[in-house]
Design a protein around this ligand. Structure first.
Ligand SMILES: Nc1ncnc2c1ncn2[C@@H]1O[C@H](COP(=O)(O)OP(=O)(O)OP(=O)(O)O)[C@@H](O)[C@H]1O
Length: 260
């Protein structure tokens, strides 16, 4: 269980009071600057925060970096990466804090790369890859850190816009893999800008607006009224193949008024 009580990152997000059960996949939604990255970095214990933050009744911030790395992994928001080293080395960094035998690590790298369709990339120079390819390598590194056969102690996976730069094929491959990890008990929190993927692939939505948590509920409760209120966007709600779809239509009247 991940539990936040009056949790905040000064001047950036909070206070947030909410909890997440093991095996839940939370989609973190919100407009630009609403606090998604700050919340994820705060929960990861990577930036200073206030209030209560507990994973399995322990304060993540009290753990050493090594202890925290065993329990949780985080993919930060995408930035240009110029590391001129082999992709295999980049991915293997995810296993560095785990102190596992090389053969176990190699076997896990093989499994993760097979799932993310990265087997042919291992000897390539990371700095020479496209943005989306680099993102997939960094995802492999992060997933390796929580890969069940390599690290059964992992409990929490925090992903900041993991779909950024990925084509639809690789987005769906990743979301399917996250669902499998969730079913094995991992708690996953993913910041995402695509409402439709959030509703289709996550269990619960947390929605931030100007640093405040304005919605936390199961995906079926997410609707066009909330989208308009938080994102100042009118959407058309539709159904296809039993799936709810929100189609962006126009910025809301209020937003139009402000521009005039
Ligand atoms: N390093 C920083 N120092 C101070 N303030 C910051 C820092 N990074 C972000 N902020 C501010 O904190 C607030 C939340 O930013 P954050 O990056 O968490 O938003 P976000 O929801 O992830 O946005 P986006 O969708 O654009 O990635 C914004 O007002 C931002 O300007």
């Amino acid at each position: 269980m991940l539990s936040l009580v009056d949790f905040s990152v000064a001047n950036r997000v909070g206070p947030v009071t909410a909890s997440v059960s093991p095996g839940q996949h939370i989609a973190l939604l919100g407009p630009n600057g609403s606090g998604k990255s700050s919340l994820l970095l705060g929960i990861a214990g990577l930036i200073a925060s206030q209030g209560q933050l507990q994973l399995e009744k322990q304060d993540i911030r009290q753990w050493s970096m090594q202890q925290a790395a065993v329990k949780r992994a985080m993919l930060p928001q995408r930035t240009a990466q110029l590391l001129p080293i082999a992709c295999h080395q980049v991915i293997a960094l995810g296993a560095a804090p785990l102190n596992r035998h090389e053969s176990v690590v190699e076997s896990a790298i093989e499994q993760v790369c097979a799932r993310l369709e990265l087997a042919d990339y291992l000897s390539r120079d990371f700095s020479q890859l496209s943005g989306g390819e680099q993102q997939r390598i960094l995802l492999a590194k992060t997933l390796l850190q929580v890969w069940p056969s390599l690290n059964p102690q992992a409990r929490l996976l925090l992903l900041d816009e993991p779909l950024a730069g990925l084509d639809w094929h690789h987005q769906l491959i990743l979301l399917g893999l996250l669902n499998e990890l969730r079913l094995q008990g991992l708690t996953i929190m993913t910041s995402i800008h695509d409402f439709n993927l959030a509703v289709a692939h996550c269990d619960v939505i947390w929605c931030l607006q100007q640093g405040k948590l304005v919605f936390s509920d199961v995906v079926t409760q997410f609707d066009e009224h909330l989208i308009e209120q938080v994102f100042r966007l009118k959407t058309i709600r539709s159904q296809a193949e039993g799936q709810t779809l929100f189609i962006p239509w126009q910025v809301s009247d209020e937003a139009c008024q402000k521009r005039k």
